[in-house]
Ligand binder design. Structure first.
Ligand SMILES: Cc1cc2nc3c(=O)[nH]c(=O)nc-3n(C[C@H](O)[C@H](O)[C@H](O)COP(=O)(O)OP(=O)(O)OC[C@H]3O[C@@H](n4cnc5c(N)ncnc54)[C@H](O)[C@@H]3O)c2cc1C
Length: 443
C-alpha cells in the first residue's frame, strides 16, 4: 500500500483525500493544525455576527469518516525533507510515498507586520471572533460616550482592500449600522457612522468586469460606504490610518488587502513566486519531485494564455480532485492527466438583495445574483445540519433585520498568524466543590 500524506484540510486537501478515499490501494494521512475544515467564504458572516463559528466549521473526522483508509491527525507540519520523503510535524516524523501540500494562504502586510495588531485580517475563526469583538465594542463604547469627537471616531470603520472580502465586510457594517444601530442603540445616531474602503487599484472588485464593479460601488454607497480607489495606506496605528496626505481617525481598521501562501514551500527550497506559491507542472506536481503535489492557494498554476489561476475555493476543489485522480493513475500504472480548470465564475455580495455574479459573458447583479450566491454557498457548505441552520439564520435575519450572533466575549483574544502563546499557569487552583470530593482512583 502506498502512503499518501496530505498537509491541510482545506478545500484542496479534503477533495484530494476524498478522491483517494475511494481506493483500497492507498493509505491516506491528512494532517491539519485544526481538527475542522473551515468554510472561509462565510467567515465574514461570523465576523459580522450573522453566523456562529460552529456553523461554518466542520470536524474533519466527521467529514472523512466514511473513507476507511483516511486517518486524520491534528498537528502542525513544520518542514519536509523531499530527499528522505519525510514530513516533520510537532508530534513526530512521518514518511510518505506521495505528498500533497495544501496549506493555503495567510495575510500579507507588505512588509508591515506591525499593522496586524491594529488591523486584523480575516482568515481564521479566531480572527473573525476578534473582528466581531472590535466592531461590537465600537458600538458599545459609542453608545456610552458623551464626547462627540470620540463617538465619531468609534463609529468610523476603515477596510483596507476592495476585493470580495473587503466589500463583504464593508457592506455588512453598512447594513448593521443602518438597520441594527437605530433599533437597539438609543444614544447613537446611525448617520454618524462612516465606513471607508481604501483600495489601491482604480476600481474595487477588479477581477470582475467594470460594469459589475461600478454596480457594486453604487450598492455600497447606498449603504453609506465611501469607496476610496487608487488610495494607498501609508501607516496604521491604534487611532486610525494615514492615506497619502489624508488622515482617517478610526476606531476600527480591518485588513483585506493581501494574502500570501504559507512559506513552507520556500523553506523546503522549491521554486516559488513572490507570493510564496509553489510553481507547479501541468499535473500539479513539483518540478523534479513527481511524488509531491501542490493544490489550492499554495499552488502557482500557469495558464496557457498567460497568468495564473486565482485563489478561489472552486480552483482548490478541482485541484484537490485532480491530484487524487493522478495519484490513483500512478498506482495503477496509467499516465497522469494534466489539470484543466473548469471556470465556475466568481461572485461577491454587498448585502441583502445585492450581489454580483459573473461567468464568462453572463453577468448578473442585484436580487438574481444574490439568490445564486445564497444557493451556491449553501450547496458547498459541509453538513446537512449546518446547511439547515445557516438557511434558518439567514431567513430570520432577512425578515427581522436582526443578526442572531451578536454575543462578544471579553476573553476572546487576538489570534495573530503565529500559533497562540502558551497559557500561563493558573496561580490559584480551582476551588473544589465538596460534592465532587471523590478519590479519582476509585472512580
Ligand atoms: C474571508 C475569505 C472569503 C473568501 N471568499 C471566497 C469566495 O466567496 N469564493 C471563493 O471561491 N473563494 C473565497 N475565498 C478563497 C478560498 O476560501 C480559498 O481559495 C480556499 O480556501 C483555498 O483552499 P486551500 O485548500 O488551498 O486552503 P485553505 O482552505 O486555506 O486550507 C488550508 C488548510 O491548511 C491548514 N494548514 C496550513 N498550514 C499548515 C501546517 N503547517 N500544518 C498543518 N496544517 C496546516 C490550515 O489549518 C487549513 O485548514 C475566501 C477566502 C477568505 C479568507
Amino acid at each position: 500500500m502506498k502512503h499518501v500524506v496530505i498537509v491541510g484540510g482545506g478545500f484542496a486537501g479534503i477533495n484530494a483525500a476524498k478522491a483517494l478515499g475511494k481506493s483500497s490501494d492507498v493509505k491516506v494521512t491528512l494532517i491539519d493544525k485544526n481538527n475542522y475544515h473551515l468554510f472561509q467564504p462565510l467567515l465574514y458572516q461570523v465576523a459580522m455576527s450573522a453566523l456562529n463559528a460552529g456553523e461554518i466549521a466542520y470536524p474533519l473526522r466527521m467529514l472523512l469518516s466514511r473513507y476507511r483508509n483516511v486517518t486524520v491527525f491534528k498537528g502542525v507540519v513544520k518542514s519536509v525533507d523531499p530527499r528522505s520523503k519525510t514530513v516533520f510535524t510537532d508530534f513526530g516524523e512521518i514518511s510518505y510515498d506521495y505528498l500533497v501540500l495544501a496549506c493555503g494562504a495567510k495575510h500579507h502586510y507588505f512588509g508591515h507586520n506591525e499593522w496586524e495588531e491594529f488591523a486584523p485580517g480575516l482568515k481564521t475563526i479566531g480572527q473573525a471572533a476578534e473582528i466581531r469583538r472590535r466592531v461590537m465594542d465600537a458600538y458599545e463604547n459609542a453608545e456610552r460616550s458623551g464626547n462627540d469627537l470620540e463617538k465619531k471616531k468609534l463609529l468610523t470603520f476603515v477596510i483596507v482592500g476592495g476585493g470580495p472580502t473587503g466589500v463583504e465586510l464593508a457592506g455588512s457594517i453598512g447594513e448593521m449600522s443602518r438597520y441594527y444601530l437605530s433599533k437597539y442603540y438609543k444614544n447613537i445616531d446611525p448617520k454618524l457612522t462612516r465606513i471607508f474602503i481604501v483600495h489601491s487599484a482604480a476600481r474595487i472588485l477588479n477581477t470582475f468586469s467594470s460594469d459589475l464593479s461600478s454596480k457594486a460601488t453604487r450598492a455600497l454607497e447606498k449603504l453609506g460606504v465611501q469607496v476610496w480607489t487608487c488610495s494607498v495606506v501609508n501607516s496604521i496605528d491604534a487611532d486610525g490610518v494615514q492615506v497619502g496626505n489624508e488622515r482617517i481617525e478610526a476606531g476600527t481598521v480591518l485588513w483585506a488587502a493581501g494574502v500570501r501562501a504559507t512559506s513552507i514551500g520556500r523553506k523546503i527550497g522549491f521554486e516559488t513566486d513572490k507570493t510564496n506559491r509553489i510553481i507547479v507542472l501541468p499535473d500539479l506536481s513539483v518540478p523534479g519531485y513527481p511524488e509531491i503535489f501542490v493544490g489550492g492557494d499554495q499552488a502557482n498554476f500557469a495558464l496557457e494564455g498567460g497568468g495564473t489561476l486565482p485563489g478561489l475555493a472552486s480552483v482548490a476543489i478541482q485541484e484537490g480532485q485532480s491530484i487524487g485522480r493522478n495519484i490513483m493513475l500512478d498506482i495503477i500504472g496509467e499516465p497522469r492527466t494534466p489539470f484543466r480548470y473548469r471556470d465556475k465564475g466568481q461572485m461577491a455580495t454587498i448585502g441583502k438583495n445585492a450581489s454580483i455574479a459573473e461567468r464568462g459573458n453572463v453577468r448578473l447583479s442585484g436580487l438574481p445574483a444574490w439568490i445564486i450566491w445564497l444557493a451556491v454557498h449553501i450547496f458547498y457548505l459541509s453538513g446537512v445540519k449546518h446547511r439547515i441552520i445557516v438557511l434558518l439564520q439567514w431567513g430570520w435575519s432577512y425578515f427581522t433585520f436582526g443578526h442572531g450572533a451578536r454575543i462578544v466575549n471579553k476573553e476572546w483574544r487576538f489570534y495573530a498568524n503565529q500559533p497562540e502563546p502558551a497559557e500561563p499557569a493558573d496561580p490559584e487552583p480551582m476551588e473544589q466543590d465538596p460534592a465532587c470530593a471523590f478519590n479519582p482512583v476509585d472512580r
